[in-house]
Structures are given as structure tokens and as C-alpha cells.
Design a protein around this ligand. Structure first.
Ligand code: ZN
Length: 139
């Protein structure tokens, strides 16, 4: 599958099938728009960390989301607005350091504020309402 929501991320990573017809694109346009917007934030994080980013989970269908223990029933993943990721290497790879980096990028205005969840093995970032922070356990 070619292409993606931004230069370094693929539609396969998002988990949304690439639209192959105008009808499909129209039907899913909000999801694709949300994924592109989140991809731009991830590009900023990627550049600041100077490291590839491994995407663990991005878009989830309602059926998939329902299978995940403790997944929020109104998860931002359902709208392709939330992404779980890891910085692959370098000084920001540990989730605590990733969180500090993302907070610094938000304070600097490099990315908009949204949701930021720190887990023991990954970081959740979303473009939902600003100021939400939490700690969780990776499943
Ligand atoms: Zn998440």
C-alpha cells in the first residue's frame, strides 16, 4: 500500500485502508483528516527526537477497541486522533523522556496541546481536548 498521512508514516501504520475511490475517501474523510493531523504532530516529535518512531496502535475500529482491556469506550483511537508509539532510539526513547520531550514541544508551541498518556512501554498522544495527562500500564 503506497502513501501515508505524512512523509514518514504509512496508512498501514494508521490502520486505515488507503482510500481507493472518491466515495471511500469521502466516507472516511474525517478519519483521514484526523490521521493526517496527528501524523504532523508525530513528524515534529520524530524530528525533535532525531529517531524513527514505532507505531503500536493508531486507528481502531469499534470492534477492535472493544477487545482491548481498559480501552476507553470513547477512545480517541476510534477517530484516528490517538496514537500509541515508541521513540526507537536515542535519549528520548524511554517513555518518561518521551513525555518530557512532548511536553517541551507543547510548551514551545511546536505541537498543539492534547492528550498525553505515559505508559510503562509506550506513549499515547492524541489531538483531543487540551491538558489531559495520565499514567497507565501497557497491555
Ligand atoms: Zn492510546
Amino acid at each position: 500500500m503506497k502513501g501515508g498521512p505524512s512523509r514518514h508514516f504509512t496508512w498501514e501504520e494508521v490502520g486505515l485502508p488507503a482510500p481507493t475511490t472518491p466515495e471511500a475517501a469521502h466516507y472516511a474523510s474525517a478519519l483521514f483528516r484526523n490521521a493526517r493531523e496527528m501524523a504532523q504532530r508525530l513528524e515534529v516529535v520524530r524530528a525533535a527526537a532525531d529517531s524513527p518512531i514505532r507505531v503500536g496502535s493508531w486507528y481502531r475500529s469499534p470492534a477492535v477497541n472493544a477487545l482491548i482491556d481498559d480501552a476507553a469506550t470513547r477512545s480517541t483511537h476510534l477517530e484516528a486522533k490517538g496514537v500509541d508509539f515508541e521513540i526507537v532510539r536515542g535519549p528520548y526513547a524511554a517513555p518518561a523522556a518521551t513525555q518530557e520531550l512532548v511536553e517541551a514541544l507543547i510548551r514551545a508551541g511546536a505541537i498543539p496541546d492534547g492528550g498525553l498518556g505515559r505508559y510503562d512501554r509506550h506513549t499515547h498522544l492524541d489531538s483531543g481536548p487540551a491538558g489531559r495527562r495520565w499514567f497507565g500500564k501497557s497491555s
